[in-house]
Design a protein around this ligand. Structure first.
Ligand SMILES: [Zn+2]
Length: 81
């Protein structure tokens, strides 16, 4: 179970399309938003996602693999590890 701890950034990334589609359950949504409060990396990523959606006109179900990989690389940089 992963309900008893904070989300890891990668989990937040995985939830992001569901969040933007407004299909997260309330608990996941709450933890997602809590994570964004203290995590600049995920906040930035969400803004990028929103910008992408505005351009595309809809929420895509999956990121292109190359984009996802690039963003995950960026996360590793943000987290300094
Ligand atoms: Zn994060």
């Amino acid at each position: 179970m992963r309900l008893d701890r904070e989300l890891a950034c990668q989990e937040v990334v995985e939830l992001m399309t569901a969040y933007l589609d407004d299909v997260l359950d309330p608990l996941d949504r709450e933890r997602f938003e809590e994570h964004l409060v203290f995590c600049d990396g995920c906040s930035n990523y969400l803004e990028q996602m929103r910008a992408t959606i505005v351009l595309a006109g809809h929420v895509s179900l999956e990121l292109p693999p190359a984009l996802e990989e690039r963003l995950l690389e960026a996360f590793r940089g943000w987290r300094g590890s």
